[in-house]
Design a protein around this ligand. Structure first.
Ligand code: FAD
Ligand code: NAP
Length: 338
């Protein structure tokens, strides 16, 4: 495993912030986890990083960082209609989606081009273009760092919610995801096209009878046109969640801003587009020192280089306060602040 002492995490977070951890360890197989358990590694502070695309590093970390590099994929079961297939937690998410699309296994295509690893996909129940990964997850295999055992959690055990799961809660931070099993279709794919610009993009590409590959290509094209590539401009995707707000709070905001962008959730709640709130409040394209708000997508905070994570967290708090003052709505961070 060869731990590296006082390692820089700069290349392991997509914001590109240069902070250090006391030691960095790459995990390549489940035996590595058992060895660390035997050495009492988990008695001390530790954290796991996959692709580092949903974290904001604001300070040096005195504990150990595990880089999840558990690779591989294997079939659990299949019939003429569907397949249950497992991917190692360290597999790249987008390559996993492309592998499924290439094999004509349907279900994940709307989640194309999301950065990061398979192991992080259940953590915040990744979602895009009307699909949440929870809809395709059968089970999640985890290593329990307190008992030293591997456990399989069912979809229900994970208590998935909107960009949420048990893994985000402090009392489950002792679990390390080692692999995820997905249930995918082999025929009669249920395409999800009524979200965002997918239909418009398919039309642009002269596609009238889309396949899952067409949908994946459309999503990739839309995302490339709107979102900054972390390899070029540091970012962690949407910094804030779309707030799900109670009807009376929403009605008060709507009275002031009749054009507010919202979507129904249930009888007493609506989801408000956080990007719309931030843009309407005038933050889109804002720059302060080494950081700012992306010029094409107000939900994305960016690092131009040479800055510190605290600059992003301070800008995020300024935006939070301003949105609350203007709309009476509280924005929550989607990115994990470390
Ligand atoms: P990391 O950033 O490495 O980790 C995120 C959290 O998960 C941390 O708390 C970490 O400790 C924990 N973690 C990671 N791996 C494990 C593991 N194996 N076991 C236990 N805990 C673990 N997200 C969406 O939902 N939808 C999008 O459309 C989307 N688009 C994005 C676009 C861009 C340009 C960027 C930069 C980000 C985007 N994201 C999106 C956010 C992010 O890519 C996802 O949340 C992704 O799943 C994070 O994966 P990761 O491997 O990089 O996680
Ligand atoms: P968009 O299409 O401009 O839509 C703006 C917001 O409205 C989205 O956040 C989306 O919510 C919501 N929305 C749109 N159509 C909807 C519908 N039919 N029903 C319910 N909600 C609807 O969004 P975008 O910024 O270009 O992003 C496109 C997709 O990629 C979204 O699903 C978004 O979540 C995802 N994305 C996520 C990240 C991230 O880091 N988390 C980064 C980039 C893109 P939802 O976000 O709930 O879908």
């Amino acid at each position: 495993m060869n731990p590296i002492k006082n390692a820089s995490l700069k290349k392991y977070n997509t914001f590109g912030f240069d902070v250090q951890c006391s030691h960095l360890i790459e995990i390549h197989n489940e035996t590595d986890l058992l060895e660390l358990y035997a050495e009492d590694f988990f008695d001390n502070h530790f954290r796991v990083i996959g692709g580092g695309s949903n974290i904001l590093l604001t300070r040096n970390y005195s504990g150990g960082i595990l880089l999840n590099r558990l690779m591989g994929h294997w079939m659990e079961s299949e019939d003429e209609h569907s397949i249950d297939i497992t991917f190692g937690a360290g597999e790249n998410w987008h390559q996993t989606v492309l592998h499924c699309v290439k094999n004509n296994w349907g279900g994940l295509e709307n989640l194309s081009l999301i950065p990061g690893c398979v192991g992080a996909s259940p953590i915040q129940n990744i979602g895009a273009y009307g699909i949440e990964v929870k809809d395709k997850i059968v089970s999640v295999r985890v290593f329990d760092t307190t008992s030293g055992e591997f456990v399989i959690l069912s979809n229900e055990d994970c208590r998935f919610g909107y960009r949420d799961s048990i893994f985000k809660r402090a009392e489950y931070k002792h679990l390390i995801v080692t692999s995820v099993t997905f249930h995918l279709s082999k025929i009669n794919h249920e395409l999800k096209l009524n979200y965002g610009d997918i239909q418009h993009e398919l039309k642009q590409q002269n596609v009238s009878q889309p396949t899952i590959a067409d949908v994946s290509n459309a999503v990739i094209a839309i995302r490339r046109s709107k979102l900054p590539d972390p390899a070029v401009l540091g970012n962690s995707g949407s910094f804030f969640k779309n707030p799900v707000v109670e009807m009376d709070i929403f009605k008060a905001a709507q009275l002031k801003y009749p054009e507010i962008k919202w979507f129904p959730v249930d009888e007493t709640h609506v989801k408000v587009a956080a990007g719309w709130l931030i843009e309407t409040a005038g933050w889109k394209g804002f720059k302060k020192g080494n950081v700012g708000v992306h010029e094409k997508q107000a939900l994305v905070l960016v690092h131009f280089g040479g800055g510190k994570g605290e600059e992003i967290s301070s800008l995020a708090r300024e935006i939070q306060t301003d949105i609350h003052d203007k709309f009476g709505i509280v924005l929550e961070f989607e990115v994990n602040i470390w």
